[in-house]
Design a protein around this ligand. Sequence first.
Ligand SMILES: C[S@@+](CC[C@H](N)C(=O)[O-])C[C@H]1O[C@@H](n2cnc3c(N)ncnc32)[C@H](O)[C@@H]1O
Length: 256
Amino acid sequence: MRNEEIIETNREYWDKHADLWFGTTALPKYGVRFPTEDNLHLFGDLNGAKMLELCCGSGHSLLYNAARGAGELWGIDLSKSQLDNASKLLSDNGYSAKLICAKMEDDIDVPKTYFDYVYSIYGIGWTTDLQGTFDKVASYLKKDGIFIFSWHHTLNYCIAWSCDERQDVFEDDKFVMTKSYFDESYFKMPVHGSEIVLCNRKISTYINALAKAGFVIERFIEDSDLDSEEAADKTDLKTRKAEMLPISFCLKARKL
Ligand SMILES: C[S@@+](CC[C@H](N)C(=O)[O-])C[C@H]1O[C@@H](n2cnc3c(N)ncnc32)[C@H](O)[C@@H]1O
């Protein structure tokens, strides 16, 4: 599939289903059954900070940072429906942000060497050009600026219960490897009667691309939070999976 085709398929999905995701993957959460910003404290003092969110979705992370004193907020997202929701959410709460409807892969009219923070919560993995996107993030940040992002952990896509998770049948305590860890090719996935296109990148792919873009890694988190509300039901297969392998990961990097 060509990159443009992948992006258009994903845009169609997000424009159609934006309301279903209203506030679901946003700070202080980095992921489900995963430590939150309240536990991790990856962001420092935000007072007056210039912040850019890639794939800002419904704007709940922008709102979270606005409430913590951020000085300037910018958000980029592919989907107009998501940005309409973000704009309304922020204005309903007395805040505003510069919202730009664009692909993160594009050359966007965003100031260079300007931001204290660039971040993305479950957004970066959608890029069709990881190295190009990280290079752009580096160009937006000041020296020593911070880049934080979370995404699906690669292993979570490769490993499944040997039983049918949807039917919650739980006969044997075994996992099966359903996909090679090394396979970074794109795949289509049906969701909510539409389709999305993603790929599953190795963790080293993210780390090497960050290094090439001029970042040093300060934190790499791949823990599960089994005390979280989502993990309360210890018989839930997703919780049992989170007991054994990372479902999400989060990286904090500093621009050199
Ligand atoms: C899981 S959501 C992120 C939600 C966000 N953290 C929030 O608080 O709502 C992923 C977002 O990425 C956006 N997206 C997908 N591909 C993109 C791309 N190539 N460039 C920019 N945004 C993209 C989607 O429109 C969607 O809003």
